[in-house]
Write a protein that binds this ligand. Structure first.
Ligand SMILES: *[C@@H]1O[C@H](CO)[C@@H](O)[C@H](O)[C@H]1NC(C)=O
Ligand SMILES: *[C@@H]1O[C@H](CO)[C@@H](O)[C@H](O)[C@H]1NC(C)=O
Ligand SMILES: *[C@@H]1O[C@H](CO)[C@@H](O)[C@H](O)[C@H]1NC(C)=O
Ligand SMILES: *[C@@H]1O[C@H](CO)[C@@H](O)[C@H](O)[C@H]1NC(C)=O
Ligand SMILES: *[C@@H]1O[C@H](CO)[C@@H](O)[C@H](O)[C@H]1NC(C)=O
Ligand SMILES: *[C@@H]1O[C@H](CO)[C@@H](O)[C@H](O)[C@H]1NC(C)=O
Ligand SMILES: *[C@@H]1O[C@H](CO)[C@@H](O)[C@H](O)[C@H]1NC(C)=O
Ligand SMILES: CC(=O)N[C@H]1CO[C@H](CO)[C@@H](O)[C@@H]1O
Length: 860
């Protein structure tokens, strides 16, 4: 093996480093034979007898190879006549190249297609006309140009002729290749002018096939002169190396001594000349000038024998032969012959990107003289390699190509003189890399962030996302969509994201979207990005109160600055827009103020239910946005009553008022009435009346109705009831926990004469010394609500009263003994004034009955 690498400039868009391998070719072609027109899939032979696996054909037309077994099969019906046109000499061979063995050795395979008699001979013209002068002697022969053709080869293509219905006038002979009609009987135009013959052509196949043509022989009158080719008419001609279409090859000359119409000569090619000659040459019928019909450039010389026929009216045609020699292109320089293996169009190799090492072409070096030069890549390359194998050079890719890096390569292959290393020629192979969807779209950012002011117009442009795809065409065309759209839309083509409805920050402040991009491949490649949208605040929400109307109840005894009730206020907006900067009461001169820090209403001055029992406030809250928004709310404050007024006795008007009643007054009749009022409300003004003491202390005949204050006579008056009665009545309201009370004396004189009664003085009675509980013990002041409590109270009171009674009896006895003369009234008073209140409490809270007896006792 001989290696050589050279640096030469490649005339390419992309400069590539080319690595060259140059080697010698070895091996003989492997030959197989197959008959034409066989079924598809016929096994031709196997490579396995000579080479080891794997097997790969470089060009797979007509046959394919099983990679593992090396068996060769046909891929289509092979027609020898199409493959090798009739004039091709020798065998009909198809050549293939195959890569065999793990070392990728290149071998040549030659398949010879054998002929079968599958073609019928045919005449180009089914009617043949020939003119023979009537004086033609017996034995004279006239050339028949219209020979039958048969595409088959060998015996299958050999044709024998005979005549039918000739009437014995004519026979067929051959002069070499030339078919001739021979006159076998004297002709007489006047007897039979037109002879209708049938020319039969039969091939020599095992099962012969035949064709016929109608041959009409017209016997002509003798004519004086007929055309003759000039003796100096050329017999040979040479076409130079490069023959250009239209350039003259030769001119034949013929003469007819007749004048006028009879002397008119027309030239034509005999139909017998080869098809190739017919395509190569053109005959001008009047002048006899032969010229090239196409451009001619040949690698090997060709020789064509042209048969030219000169016709003149009433003459049998005369023929001349012209041998044309076409010179081949002189191989002054070695030349490269390229056999493309990979897909190619117009000499350009099309190769999908990312494809593993691929054989692109098989190059053959036409070397002159042989072995003096070799092929090489112009530049070393890591991408392409040229390796000598099996009489040729394999051009391969060494690694996958990348369309995005470079989409077109020009590989320059040079012929290098082995001795001088001079360049003898060059050839450029163009490689176009075809795009494959091997790149995914990629977003510029994996995460986009943007903001938008709330209450936007629908259709608002939000942002534009872009993903790029390195592929080209459809594979690089990126489309977009949103996975979770919400109020957003994306333009599939442009990636522009819009908001199609108005956003409300208070509903949703942050939106998180996933953008999907995909390309046009099948299946598409894709990418994802996240878009975070923050909705900015606008002052679109006024401060709000939980209710449009608050109601509070305050006690009229409320302390200044104490809390009346919560007035919470909030604002859904954010920042300054959401901060409530001012809450105040719109009314003037109200004893309340808003505590903005605690969010409550406080009292600022004393309230008196008896002056104003209800306040209607209007409160406004203002936020800090600009412009700011405000809300008004109504607050009603009800002032609750406190038992701060003691009952006021209207009747009797004075402690000294006196009423005389007759002893005959019947029991149960109304004596007088006590009437009091209380300025408080509710329970605080519920007034009850009770007699707590009476003088004289014995059992009083009067009783009082607790609710109405009616004083009536409880029993009939007796003798001892005569005289003055002082009733001390406590007027008590229903306030809780501590009722207020007033005491009043009611003076009643029982006398038969209803004269005016006078009361100069009433006993001093210290109301304050009487505990309210004692005064109201008749009523449900204390121990009423709870049965258990009541029981405990009663128990306690009984115990206490027993103790106090014993103590009182003791004290009383002692008093009597020592201070008998002391005024009983003042003693009672003194005793009560001297004793501490709590002790008195105990004393007078025993029970109403005990207490009364005690007081009566004391007072007497
Ligand atoms: C292929 O193998 C056969 C039999 O082994 C042999 O006769 C023939 O010469 C070989 N052909 C080549 C080209 O090596
Ligand atoms: C090649 O031949 C083997 C063995 O006969 C067979 O299993 C395989 O399927 C063949 N390969 C193809 C592509 O037909
Ligand atoms: C013979 O053939 C020629 C040409 O086809 C025609 O002109 C002529 O009339 C024919 N003669 C007879 C007698 O049919
Ligand atoms: C030959 O001539 C006969 C009668 O004139 C006709 O029927 C026949 O079709 C012709 N044959 C051809 C091959 O033209
Ligand atoms: C390409 O080559 C690599 C490594 O040699 C192999 O793993 C892969 O399967 C090949 N790919 C194809 C499509 O042949
Ligand atoms: C109290 O006396 C008045 C008459 O002065 C009478 O109308 C009223 O019914 C009496 N009330 C009760 C509770 O007896
Ligand atoms: C009547 O007497 C009581 C007890 O002494 C006293 O509290 C009250 O104020 C007196 N009422 C009037 C109107 O003087
Ligand atoms: C205190 C008073 O007025 N008492 C009188 C009661 O009636 C008699 C006559 O029946 C008078 O004499 C008393 O003066």
């Amino acid at each position: 093996m001989q290696f050589k690498s050279l640096w030469i400039k490649a005339s390419a868009k992309c400069w590539v480093l080319l690595l060259a391998f140059v080697g010698q070719i070895q091996g003989q072609a492997l030959r197989f034979t197959i008959r034409e027109e066989q079924e598809v899939g016929i096994k031709i032979g196997s490579l396995s007898t000579n080479y080891s696996a794997p097997y790969q054909l470089l060009n797979e037309k007509y046959i394919w190879v099983n990679e593992s077994t090396g068996d060769l099969f046909t891929t289509e019906r092979i027609d020898r006549e199409i493959l090798c046109p009739s004039e091709t000499p020798g065998n009909c061979d198809i050549s293939f190249y195959a890569l065999v063995s793990p070392e990728s050795e290149v071998v040549k395979i030659v398949v010879t297609v054998e002929d079968i008699n599958d073609n019928v001979p045919y005449f180009q013209q089914s009617e043949i006309y020939l003119s023979i002068p009537e004086d033609a002697p017996i034995g004279s022969a006239f050339p028949l140009d219209d020979q039958a053709q048969d595409e088959d080869a060998g015996n299958n293509g050999m044709i024998l002729y005979h005549l039918e219905s000739s009437g014995g006038f004519f026979g067929i002979t051959r002069d070499g290749d030339q078919l001739q009609l021979m006159v076998e009987k004297d002709l007489d135009r006047e007897t039979l002018e037109n002879h209708s013959l049938i020319l039969v052509a039969i091939d020599e196949g095992l099962v012969p096939l035949s064709a016929t043509a109608n041959l009409t022989v017209t016997v002509t009158d003798v004519n004086d002169n007929c055309p003759e080719f000039d003796s100096d008419s050329p017999g040979t001609a040479t076409v130079p190396v490069l023959g250009i279409k239209g350039s003259p090859v030769a001119q034949l000359k013929a003469k007819d001594k007749d004048a006028g119409q009879n002397g008119q000569i027309t030239f034509s090619f005999s139909p017998q000349i080869s098809d190739r000659a017919k395509t190569l040459f053109h005959m001008e019928s009047h002048t006899g000038l032969i010229s090239l019909a196409v451009d001619v450039r040949l690698d090997s010389p060709e020789e064509h024998m042209l048969k030219v026929v000169a016709n003149s009216p009433l003459c049998s045609p005369v023929q001349a032969h012209l041998a044309v020699y076409i010179e081949p292109v002189a191989h002054l320089e070695p030349a490269i012959k390229i056999k493309f293996v990979a897909d190619h169009k117009n000499q350009v190799v099309m190769l999908p990107e990312s494809k593993n090492s691929t054989v692109l072409a098989l190059l053959e070096l036409k070397d002159t003289p042989a072995g003096k030069s070799f092929l090489s890549l112009e530049e070393d390359s890591t991408i392409f390699s040229l390796k000598a194998q099996a009489g040729g050079y394999l051009l391969k890719t060494s690694k996958p190509l990348d369309y995005e890096t470079c989409s077109e390569y020009d590989i320059t292959i040079v012929i290098v003189d082995a001795q001088s290393t001079h360049l003898l020629g060059r050839e450029v192979i163009k490689v176009v890399v075809e795009d494959v969807n091997d790149n995914a779209p990629k977003f510029e950012q994996a995460r986009y962030e943007t903001t938008i002011m709330e209450n936007n117009d629908p259709g608002f442009f939000l942002c534009k996302v872009t993903a790029t795809d390195a592929d080209s065409g459809e594979f690089g065309k990126v489309r977009y969509s949103l996975l979770n759209t919400g109020p957003f839309r994306i333009n599939e083509e442009s990636g522009v994201i819009t908001v199609f409805k108005s956003l409300d920050r208070e509903q949703e402040e942050k939106h998180r979207l996933t953008v999907h991009a995909w390309d046009g491949g099948v299946p598409p490649q894709e990418d994802f990005a996240t878009l975070c949208v923050t909705v900015l605040d606008m002052n679109d929400n006024p401060p709000t109160f939980p209710t449009p109307h608050f109601s509070f109840f305050v006690s009229e005894s409320i302390l200044q600055l104490s809390k009346v009730g919560n007035v919470p206020v909030s604002d859904a907006d954010k920042g300054d827009n959401g901060r409530v900067v001012n809450v105040h009461i719109l009314n003037d001169n109200v004893p309340f103020a808003i505590d903005i820090f605690q969010g409550c209403l406080r009292s600022t001055a004393e309230v008196d239910r008896e002056i104003q029992g209800r306040y209607e406030l209007l409160v406004v809250a203002i936020d800090g946005g600009s412009p700011s928004l405000s809300t008004t709310v109504r607050i009603t404050v009800f002032v609750e009553d406190v038992n701060d007024n003691r009952p006021r006795v209207i009747l009797p008007s004075s402690n000294l008022s006196c009423l005389t009643i007759t002893p005959s007054t019947r029991a149960g009749s109304l004596v007088t009435k006590i009437y009091a009022i209380d300025e408080d409300s509710g329970m605080n003004s519920d007034i009850t009346y009770q007699i707590v003491a009476s003088l004289p202390a014995h059992h009083s005949p009067f009783q009082i109705d607790k609710w109405s204050g009616n004083i009536s006579l409880g029993q009939s008056l007796r003798g001892e009831d005569y005289g003055m009665h002082h009733l001390f009545i406590v007027v008590c309201d229903g306030g809780k926990p501590d009722p207020l009370q007033t005491g009043v004396w009611v003076n009643l004189l029982v006398n038969e004469s209803l004269g005016k009664c006078h009361v100069k003085d009433v006993p001093k009675y210290l109301l304050a010394t009487l505990p309210p509980s004692a005064l109201s013990s008749n009523r449900d002041c204390r121990c009423e609500s709870n049965g258990w409590l009541l029981f405990l109270c009663a128990l306690g009171l009984i115990l206490l009263s027993v103790c106090v009674l014993l103590a009182a009896v003791g004290v009383f006895i002692k008093h009597r003994g020592t201070r008998r003369k002391v005024d009983k009234k003042s003693a009672w008073v003194n005793r009560h004034e001297l004793k501490p209140l709590n002790q008195k409490n105990q004393i007078y809270s025993i029970s109403s009955k005990n207490k009364k007896t005690q007081i009566n006792e004391l007072l007497t």
